[in-house]
Design a protein around this ligand. Structure first.
Ligand SMILES: [Zn+2]
Length: 168
């Protein structure tokens, strides 16, 4: 039995334990969160969020890529969100590689240089500040004023806010 099969069985039990319900497609807290795919960060539990309350966009590093901007544009323009929380974290896998090294590894393994940026980082606070700037400077978004960035400590479970500095 694969892990996926185990999870399908879990879902049967989960669905059977709850009454049917319908929540609106627009997040009730009008919030979008961009964070890392890290398996130790349970976004809903860590922030006291419930189903239907926020969009959660995840990728390796919580990087503001074009695809994240695409999702944020839809989130704000069609689904009513107005605040953005960016959450990086301690002990991130993106700090274990370099752009050049990983790019070379992919090229070596596949014969094709990746078209995407790797977006590794060493200084987590600096990367949060960069991410805030990318959101603030995207003309595709409706609300770029309510963007805050944080680092989640995977050991203490605490969020620490990163001062974005004045950008204006
Ligand atoms: Zn990470």
């Amino acid at each position: 039995m694969s892990v996926t099969d185990e999870l399908l069985a879990n879902n049967e039990a989960f669905a059977a334990s709850l009454p049917d319900r319908h929540l609106g497609v627009q997040p009730s807290r009008r919030l979008a969160i961009v964070t890392c795919m890290d398996s130790r960060l349970d976004v809903f539990a860590a922030l006291g969020l419930g189903d239907g309350e926020a969009h959660v966009l995840r990728n390796a590093g919580g990087v503001i890529t074009d695809d994240v901007i695409r999702s944020l544009a839809i989130s704000q323009r069609r689904l009513g969100t107005r605040e953005v929380m960016l959450i990086h974290h301690t002990d991130c896998g993106m700090q274990t590689l370099t752009d050049d090294g990983f790019r070379a590894e992919l090229l070596e393994a596949s014969g094709i240089a990746p078209a995407f940026a790797i977006e590794s980082f060493t200084d987590v606070d600096a990367d949060v500040r960069q991410s805030i700037l990318r959101v603030r400077r995207s003309n595709f978004l409706l609300d770029r004023d309510h963007v805050r960035g944080f680092v989640y400590d995977v050991d203490t479970h605490r969020l620490r806010e990163v001062d974005a500095g004045s950008d204006a």
